[in-house]
Design a binder for this molecule. Sequence first.
Ligand SMILES: [Zn+2]
Length: 337
Amino acid sequence: MKNFDPKYNDIPKTEIHVHLEGAIRTSTIIDIAKEHNLDLPAYDVEGLNPHVKVYDQWESLDAVLGAFNIAQRSIASPQAFERIAWEYFEDSARQNVKLLEVRFSPDWAFSGHDLNWDAALDGILRAKSRAESQLGMAIGLIAIASRSMGVESCEKTVDWAICHQDVIHGIDLADSEAQHPISEFVRPVLRAKDAGLGITIHSGEDTPASAVIETIQAVGPERIGHGIHIIEDMAAVEMVIENGITLEVNPWSNYLTNSVPTIESHPLKKLFDLGVRVTINSDDPEILETNLNNEYRIAHEVLGMSMEEIKICNRFAVEASFLSEAEKNVAMKELKI
Ligand SMILES: [Zn+2]
């Protein structure tokens, strides 16, 4: 549930793991559908919400990914993509977010309406520069290669990201890790790494600690998306610590996708106490009906992290950010950490 308790809202924040495709306001999905004559199961917020939001624990990650289809159809034009991004930046500013990295999968997000990737990128860049000047936040962009779209799609995404390296800060691999392990994508990921792009990989979300070990050995990423299942193998925990890898943790998402059986059993604090550089993020705030304030509430009230410990997670996020040192220094001062 979205939370605007000042106790959490007032804390200056970082967000380094969020999918723009999962951050579209329901009212905007409706507006865009009307504008582009798109079919929706309902054309009012209350009627559409059950189709575009996940309120309860689902049986598997794949089930949740199915809810993204409506979001994909909403990315109907570069202008629609700009609007979606701008509104997400507004929603973040409302929660006092100071440093933000937003990710999207161009081959997936832009294929619903066959958008030109560069034109869509221009849309998000317009939203980003407006947000940076008007909302006072530093914003980075990460291009995702969707594993289920295959290695050729990954190669194409890496080529595009390298070509736009002045504005794309990193590369990510997402979805279906169990079916498509890191071994399929080593070549393009290492190509992105050699070009100087930041590397973060979804791993150990619905897969065991061994998947994270394999990922680290194969491509040596700076960051891992989720990674929570390392808690089941101390060798994996030690490997993450020794390599200075930062975990982008998303507690409520992990509960909803059944990656943890109960929210109380989430290993965020245990990992922090073991010395892992964990960060707190929202993943898909609209689809999962959460926000950063809610994730902080869970960290503090359910998992027992102190407010000081939560601030340390923000420092870890800035340190691991793919943004420039100058932007990170500004954010560090605003975050008072
Ligand atoms: Zn994610």
